[in-house]
Design a protein around this ligand. Structure first.
Ligand code: PLP
Length: 399
């Protein structure tokens, strides 16, 4: 076998780093597979199984031999169903020609970056942030411009914070809320102000709404309608079936925007994946068109867990954490517990080895001093995890 270190890899590979959240999940899974009792607060996916009626639609697709290539941007029915869902939920004006179905939300975002970002173009990304955003911009040859939001302000992405980062090279303002990892959301006025900020410029306003159907308060729908009216074809959405419908493994997402952008994404997709899985598209069609009632039950459960885990953290001395506006993450500030020279990566690995609790270090989201803890796990595991973390931090402060 050739000495692998001498093999030539393309430079784009060395410009990006593998997903840090996946690394923690992999280690937690490895320990669990070895029989260890790990409380996994690192997961970026619902603990609920895919609902029965959605699974059934996938089974039916196989039974009916719906197992061939589909049109490259997705089946017309699913594209229409996505457009209809956004009309119904937020009053947004998209038609099926404005939708491409992709292999997950990550893939939708990558398609948009490859379609819109040229070498040297800038994409403004508020932080703490999901690192994939920046890596995808780099993959497209662009420059991620990171703008820090503050804990004191609830990590809100406001026009005031973002404005100084906008330059003549800005191509996209990328907003993800409810945010991964903070759970921060922004209100009607803020959405409008952000729309106004890019209105007279050649800048796309891209909303990653991955966690939007898991909000604990109503989404700022009227503001989005106003922004769409104002920006027209420069208003884009990247979405996914993964989180709201507990379908992470099915790999279905979508990008929405003007036909010319969607056609560009489809052209790229035609040379990469051809189309998203035909079976998964059928399942997603059922997810989007069936009764959305079960979502409300999920949201109630997530809100309960968010509060319980937050209360548990607040019982640990010198830990600060706010209530998320949606999604399934808390981002507690544990900086008071870091020893000299220690990072949250060190602390997270100690927490995993000593107490078998998996969390993702804040460094993986660009802000050290915090831990991303997912409450997409059962109430019983949350109680167990709180107990272990309280023991861990108490032992630390007394050592
Ligand atoms: N956007 C954000 C902010 C995410 O956290 C994720 C997944 O964790 C995605 C997009 C993409 O999800 P998927 O590719 O599973 O649809």
């Amino acid at each position: 076998m050739t000495e692998t270190s001498s093999l030539h890899l393309a430079s784009r590979v060395s410009q990006i780093s593998p997903s840090p959240t996946m690394a923690v999940m992999a280690e937690a899974m490895r320990l669990t597979a070895e029989g260890e009792d790990v409380v996994d607060f690192s997961a970026g996916q619902p603990d609920f199984p895919t609902p029965e009626h959605i699974k059934k639609a996938g089974e039916d697709a196989i039974a009916q031999n719906f197992t061939r290539y589909t049109p490259n941007p997705g089946t017309p029915e699913l594209r229409q169903a996505v457009a209809d869902r956004y009309r119904e939920d937020y009053g947004l004006a998209f038609d099926k020609a404005n939708v491409i179905i992709t292999s997950g939300g990550k893939h939708a975002l990558l398609g948009l970056m490859l379609a819109l970002v040229d070498a040297g173009d800038e994409v403004v990304i508020p932080t703490p942030y999901w690192m994939t955003f920046a890596e995808q911009v780099r993959l497209a040859g662009g420059k991620p411009v990171l703008v820090a939001t503050s804990e004191e302000d609830g990590f809100r992405m406001t026009a005031e914070v973002i404005a100084p980062a906008i330059t003549d090279r800005t191509r996209i303002l990328l907003l993800n809320f409810p945010a991964n990892p903070t759970g921060a959301v922004i209100g009607e006025d803020e959405v409008r102000a952000l729309g106004d900020l890019v209105a007279d410029r050649d800048i796309f306003f891209l909303w990653d709404d991955t966690y939007a159907r898991l909000m604990f308060e109503p989404a700022p729908a009227a503001a989005f309608q106003a922004v769409q009216k104002k920006l027209g074809g420069r208003f884009l959405i990247a979405g996914t079936a993964s989180k709201a419908y507990a379908m992470t493994g099915w790999r279905i997402g979508w990008a929405m925007g003007p036909e010319v952008v969607i056609k560009a994404c489809a052209s790229l997709q035609s040379h990469m994946t051809s189309n998203a899985s035909s079976i998964s598209q059928k399942a997603a069609l059922t997810a989007l068109t069936s009764d959305q009632g079960p979502l409300a039950e999920m949201i109630t459960e997530y809100a309960w867990r968010a509060k319980r885990l937050r209360d548990g953290f607040l019982e640990i001395p010198d830990v600060r954490v706010g209530m998320p506006g949606g999604g399934f993450y808390l981002f507690p500030n544990i900086s008071a517990h870091l020893r000299d020279g220690e990072t949250t990566t060190d602390l997270a690995s100690e927490l995993l080895s000593e107490e078998r609790v998996a969390v993702v270090p804040g460094l993986a989201f660009g802000h050290d001093g915090y831990l991303r803890t997912s409450f997409a796990c059962s109430r019983e595991r949350i109680e167990e995890g709180i107990g272990r973390m309280q023991r861990f931090f108490t032992a630390r402060s007394s050592s």
